[in-house]
Design a protein around this ligand. Structure first.
Ligand SMILES: Nc1ncnc2c1ncn2[C@@H]1O[C@H](COP(=O)(O)OP(=O)(O)O)[C@@H](O)[C@H]1O
Ligand SMILES: [Mg+2]
Length: 323
């Protein structure tokens, strides 16, 4: 299996001398995977000559065996994608089995619709063994990164969710790397840093809750739309790379207003509502329903039907509703 491959350091890459290796490592290109998805321009920007940059990237891709695959191979790969349970069978089914690795899953919806609760639950559930819907294998714990932009992360909630699953809450909390992003530049810098943290710590889930709030606040209104979307696209691109290269799941959230007329009338909301519009991934709309029930709907996924699922937010976290 590919996952068994030992990480190779950039210094071992043929044709990379010690000074080039130092430049690469300083800039966060600490693994062959990171180099394989880099652009020559990114390496030129850190002082590596263009032809060397092109050679390094080509070699990294060869080492990772990035090549044409048949559709059948692609099918097998996609079918074997690992999934994290949400805690609700209904919601898992809607998502085609759970939250997929190598994919960005966007949850969008109004305030209180359950976006952050799903993020908390997934950060706990990723740590479960594979047989129970997590990504921990062979006694190696799968860990999570939680990038919080709104200050809504609650360790108490993690503790509660862990206890309900019979897990050791302290251990579960030890395996969640929390960081508060103070602005959009910081948020983007954090993701750059993840290229070294993710492989080192066996991180299998990256949460950005919410992905849009800083961008909206810093680039308000129609006049800033283009630059905001451009920055956001770059951010999403980096998150997508992380997911792909390290076989990790990425969850992003995005708060939008409930009323569709407001939603479509306001350009800020429209952009917010279409974060992933041009990026590959799964978009899930969340809506409040009666009591603790919530309705999830998958929107414009290329391979999933437009269907709905009902789940509940309980003391223990995300569950199927009791009938
Ligand atoms: N300990 C708890 N027990 C039961 N329900 C909870 C608990 N904590 C939060 N909730 C539910 O989760 C909702 C908040 O969901 P949240 O995911 O924070 O919304 P958002 O979509 O704004 O991120 C609350 O309104 C409440 O219904
Ligand atoms: Mg929230």
């Amino acid at each position: 299996m590919e996952a068994e491959r030992k990480p190779i350091s950039v210094a071992e890459l043929p044709g990379v001398g010690p000074s080039t290796a130092a430049k690469l490592i300083d800039a966060g290109f600490t693994t062959i995977e990171a180099l394989a998805v880099a652009t020559p321009e990114e390496l030129v920007a850190i002082g590596i000559p263009l032809t060397t940059a092109q050679k390094i990237i080509k070699t990294a891709r060869q080492m990772l065996d990035i090549r044409f695959r048949t559709a059948k191979e692609v099918k097998l790969e996609r079918m074997n994608l690992k999934k994290i349970t949400t805690g609700s069978k209904n919601l898992d089914e809607l998502l085609g089995g759970g939250i997929e690795t190598k994919t960005i899953t966007e949850f969008f919806g109004e305030f209180g619709s359950g976006k952050s609760q799903i993020c908390h639950q997934a950060s706990v559930n990723v740590q479960l063994p594979v047989e129970q819907g997590g990504l921990s294998e062979d006694g190696k714990p799968a860990k999570a990164v939680y990038v919080d932009t709104e200050g809504t992360f609650r360790w108490e909630r993690i503790e509660q969710m862990a206890k309900c699953l019979g897990l050791d809450p302290d251990q579960v909390m030890d395996n969640i790397y929390y960081i508060r992003a103070v602005n959009s530049d910081h948020q983007m810098a954090i993701v750059e840093e993840l290229f070294s943290l993710v492989p080192k710590e066996n991180i299998k889930l990256i949460v950005v809750d919410s992905v849009t709030s800083h961008f909206r606040a810093e680039y308000p209104g129609r006049e800033n739309l283009a630059v905001r979307q451009q920055k956001l696209n770059k951010h999403l691109h980096q998150l997508g790379k992380l997911a792909e290269v390290y076989d990790a799941a990425v969850i992003i959230t995005n708060q939008v207003m409930a009323r569709p007329d407001v939603f479509y009338g306001d350009p800020t909301q429209a952009v917010g509502g279409h974060v992933l519009y041009h990026a590959p991934g799964i978009r899930v709309q969340l809506k409040k329903a009666r009591g603790n029930k919530r309705i999830a709907r998958v929107v414009d996924a290329p391979h999933l039907p437009e269907a709905e699922a009902v789940f509940a937010i309980t003391e223990c976290g995300i569950r199927d509703p009791e009938e």
